[in-house]
Design a binder for this molecule. Structure first.
Ligand SMILES: Nc1ncnc2c1ncn2[C@@H]1O[C@H](COP(=O)(O)OP(=O)(O)OP(=O)(O)O)[C@@H](O)[C@H]1O
Length: 441
C-alpha cells in the first residue's frame, strides 16, 4: 500500500499538519486515534500511519469497549490485532454505560466514550483524532435544527477544538463518506460494522438511514453546502462570543455577582449572551431560553424584592439590583468553632482558610468564631458608631442568604473581627498585636 498517493489520505494528512501548525503545536505531537474499528476510523488510522512516516509522530489508538453489543469483544480484538499488524500502540478502555434510559443511550454512550478518550489523551499528552466526516456534520446540523439551536449549535462539530487542555481534531470533516469507503475498499482494509447503526430508534440513525439518502438524491451537493453553512455559523458565533465575553467582563462585579444595572442597559439579545457566558464561566451548560428569560425578567423586579430562578446546582438570585450565583450548600455551617492560634483553619463554607496570630501570645489565650451573631453590637474599623451586626449587614448590602454564615472572631470571649465579603474587618477598639488573615482557595 502507498497511502500518500491517495487523495483521501493526502487530504487527512494535510488537515492534521495544517491544524497542528495553526495551533502552534509541533508536527511530532503524539496522535491518539479514536478507533472504533468502523470504516471511518480505520481509514483515519491508515492516514495517521502515513503521517507518522512523514513526521515521525508517536501513534496511539484507543478503542472504547462499551459492552453494549454481543459483538463488542470481537470488535476490540479486531482493533487490537490491526494495531499489532501496523505497529501502533493500542489501548482498550472498558466503560460502563447506564442503560436504564433507552432514549438517552446514544448520548450516554457518547459521554462516557469522550471521557475515556480524553483521559487517555491527557495521560499521553496527545491530540485526539476523530473520524467524523461530511455526512456526520450534515446529521449533526439537522439534529441541531430539530432542537431549535442557534448559530453555536448550527456550527455543528468543529474541525479543531479544545476540550479542557486536550486538542480534538476531525481531519475528515470535509470528506465524503463515499470517498472514504472507496479508499477502504481499494486498499482492502478490514473493518467492522456496528449493527446498532441500523436501529432507527436513534435519531441520528433515522436521519442517516431514512432521510439523508432522499435529500442527497434531490440535492447531491447538500453535504458541502450545509458544511459551508456550519462554517459560517461557527465564524459568526465565534465573533459573537468574543463580544459577549467583553460585555460579561464589563458586567462582572465578581465571579459570582453581575452588576444588574449594567446588564439591564444592554439590548436583550446581548443580555442573554452575557447570562450564557456567565454559566459557561461557572462550568455549567447554557440555560434554556425560558430560563434565560426568567433570569433577565428578575432585573425588572421591584427594588426590595428578592426573586430567584432555581437550577439543579443552586439558584440565581436578584438582590439589591445585582444578580448572584448561589450554589446549593454542600457544607454545614458551624455555630461556633475553636481557632488554634497561629494555625491555618479551613472555613469550608467560605472556601477559605483563616489564621489568627498574636505577637505576644500568653498561656490561656483562646480564639474562636461564631456565626449567626446578627444581634451582636459592634463598631467596625472606620465606623463612628456601634450598631447591631444585622444593621451593618444592611449598610454593607450583605445578601440575605449570606448573613447567617458571616463569622465573628473572638479573642478571650471578646469580638475582635469579622469576615465579610471574603475579607477581614477588625472591630474597635482594635486589639493590639493581633493579626487575622483570611485567604480564599
Ligand atoms: N467505541 C469507540 N472507540 C473509540 N472511538 C470511537 C468509538 N466509537 C466512535 N469512536 C470515534 O468517534 C467517531 C465518531 O463516532 P461514530 O459513532 O460516528 O463512528 P462509528 O460509525 O461508530 O465508527 P467509524 O466512524 O469509525 O466508522 C469515530 O469515527 C471514532 O473516531
Amino acid at each position: 500500500m502507498t497511502p500518500l498517493q491517495s487523495p483521501t489520505i493526502e487530504h487527512i494528512v494535510n488537515r492534521i499538519a495544517t491544524s497542528l501548525t495553526d495551533v502552534k503545536l509541533p508536527l511530532q505531537t503524539p496522535l491518539v486515534v479514536a478507533y472504533s474499528g468502523g470504516v471511518d476510523s480505520t481509514v483515519l488510522l491508515q492516514a495517521v500511519i502515513a503521517y507518522r512516516e512523514q513526521f515521525d509522530s508517536p501513534i496511539h489508538a484507543v478503542h472504547v469497549h462499551h459492552g453494549l453489543s454481543d459483538n463488542a469483544d470481537d470488535w476490540a480484538r479486531h482493533c487490537e490485532l490491526q494495531c499489532r499488524l501496523d505497529d501502533v500502540e493500542f489501548h482498550q478502555y472498558r466503560v460502563a454505560v447506564d442503560t436504564s434510559s433507552r432514549k438517552s443511550l446514544e448520548a450516554e454512550a457518547r459521554k462516557v466514550r469522550y471521557n475515556a478518550l480524553l483521559e487517555v489523551c491527557e495521560q499521553i499528552g496527545g491530540v485526539l483524532l476523530l473520524g467524523q466526516h461530511a455526512e456526520d456534520q450534515l446529521e449533526t446540523v439537522l439534529l441541531q435544527l430539530k432542537r431549535g439551536a442557534g448559530p453555536q449549535g448550527l456550527a455543528g462539530m468543529g474541525e479543531v477544538q479544545y476540550r479542557g487542555d486536550t486538542l480534538i481534531m476531525r481531519p475528515m470533516l470535509s470528506l465524503e463518506k463515499a470517498d472514504i469507503i472507496a479508499y477502504a475498499e481499494e486498499e482492502m482494509l478490514q473493518w467492522v460494522e456496528d449493527e446498532s447503526n441500523q436501529q432507527n430508534s436513534f435519531d441520528r440513525n433515522f436521519l442517516r438511514n431514512e432521510i439523508i439518502p432522499h435529500l442527497l438524491e434531490r440535492w447531491p451537493k447538500l453535504t458541502k453546502t450545509v458544511g459551508r453553512s456550519a462554517e459560517l455559523c461557527a465564524e459568526q458565533s465565534a465573533l459573537v462570543s468574543d463580544s459577549a465575553q467583553q460585555y460579561f467582563e464589563d458586567c462582572k462585579h465578581s465571579d459570582l455577582r453581575l452588576n444588574g444595572p449594567k446588564l439591564a442597559a444592554l439590548s436583550l439579545p446581548w443580555q442573554a449572551m452575557v447570562i450564557r457566558a456567565w454559566f459557561k464561566s461557572q462550568g455549567r451548560l447554557s440555560p434554556s431560553k425560558a430560563q434565560t428569560d426568567q433570569v433577565l425578567a428578575m432585573l425588572k423586579a421591584k427594588h426590595d424584592a428578592t426573586p430567584e430562578v432555581n437550577f439543579k446546582w443552586g439558584r440565581v438570585i436578584r438582590f439589591d439590583h445585582d444578580l448572584y450565583w448561589v450554589v446549593n450548600a454542600t457544607h454545614d455551617i458551624p455555630q461556633s468553632l475553636e481557632l488554634a492560634l497561629g494555625q491555618d483553619i479551613p472555613l469550608s463554607w467560605l472556601h477559605g482558610n483563616i489564621r489568627v496570630t498574636l505577637s505576644d501570645q500568653k498561656n490561656g489565650d483562646k480564639a474562636s468564631l461564631q456565626t449567626n451573631a446578627r444581634n451582636l453590637k459592634v463598631k467596625p474599623e472606620n465606623a463612628s458608631v456601634s450598631k447591631l451586626l444585622k444593621e451593618w449587614f444592611k449598610v454593607w448590602r450583605v445578601p440575605r442568604w449570606e448573613r447567617n454564615s458571616v463569622p465573628v472572631i473572638f479573642l478571650n470571649e471578646q469580638p475582635v473581627a469579622l469576615i465579610v465579603e471574603g475579607r477581614c474587618v477588625y472591630l474597635q477598639p482594635k486589639t493590639p498585636n493581633i493579626e487575622i488573615t483570611f485567604e480564599q482557595d
